[in-house]
Design a protein around this ligand. Sequence first.
Ligand code: SF4
Length: 464
Amino acid sequence: MSTFASQFTKQAQRMTRDLRHRRLIRTALRNYEVVRDQRRAAFQDWPAARQAAAETKWEAINHLDRHLVEFADQLAARGTKVHWASTGTQARDIILGIVREKKARSIIKSKAMTSEEIHLNEALEQAGFEVVESDLGEFIVQLRHEPPYHIVFPAMHLTRGEISELFARELKSAPTNEPEELTMIARRVLRKKYITADIGITGANFAVAETGMISITENEGNARLTAALPKVMISLLGIEKILPRLEDLALFLPMLAVSGTGQPLTCYNTLYGGPRQPGEADGPEEFHVVLLDNRRTELLADAEQRDALHCIRCGACLNVCPIFRNVGGYTYGTTYSGPIGSVITPHLRGLQDWKHLSAASSLCGACTETCPVKIDLHHHLLQNRRNAARQKPSFFERLAHRAFAVIANRPALWSIGKKLGRLAQPLQRLIQGTVLDPARAWTKTRDLPPLAKESFKDWWRKRS
Ligand code: SF4
């Protein structure tokens, strides 16, 4: 039976051998660290800024109950409908309910990883609604019927040529290798969709408790159009997006831009505080905010790893991770990939099925070192390994351990076992890695060292 772990192993083996893919990812991230470091240098004191950001998120997450209520009350006071969703299913049902009530036909969407997490597009399409992604990278992967490859760069695994072929096939455009022309092709399609969409769905980068506003940061202006043109706006966000004060954005907006893309600040930074108010020229007539838990409160209850909720989804830990750079985003099989994905997925989707992700790390600590909010990522991976080891072992593991205990506790049996092992080892070497090798799960990726010709006990006995 194929498990998530075996799929991961197979895909990782395939991708690490795919030199073209590795070259593409290296090229895409070629200048990332240089530019990021230049931008960091523009901060008066980057380590102090990281410390301040970590403390602000600590305050936000450790007083989440208070901040969330404040956020929701402020939004509701300006006419926003606030919905609480415990699970992904509930969030989908809430959004489907709004879409049906409004008798919407088409929906435009800006980038939202939470919507990927709850498979919102699939649910809306199955219910007969047209959903169009407006972020260029998301638009591209949607045309390919793929999820985003990376939380910040959804189409980083594709070349211009591949995108041109895709557009020619799906949008009947003329082939081109020019990024500007490719962008204009997508732009022409998307402009019409904004105008005809009945509902705009967005995510959020931050949720400001003090003022009851959501902050969206982007480079294309697509989220602004998604929010401004349709009559109804829905924002779906995880409850961990909270920041206590408006002034916190002065630190978090540049920090997110520097860590995410190496920009001093993203091009468009917008705050949304409710539906259009009397006298305002634009904005949605109706504004819904869906606050998603989806097991985040279980992570909140884990004092050891609670700081994983501090994540601002900048993607920096993915960019520097040697595992991500070799196996790529799709290998993880999860919405959130790379080090942060390996830390939180076992919490969000179950340790039993996703414990293998804790081993998808060299524990080099590059992720922890780069994280702007100082999440101790590589130690959390170790803690997940420990937690997995504490789980009830499988039937075969129990059997193997019992058999080992019986033999190891009886010197005579141990001695026979050693002799048999030495006799069997030449045969094992012949069949190593084949289906006949009982130790192939081990020997596929590691050496089984030869047993010593003579045990220490025998050697000692001879000496004396
Ligand atoms: S864990 Fe840190 S580095 Fe990774 S995406 Fe989140 S904030 Fe960025």
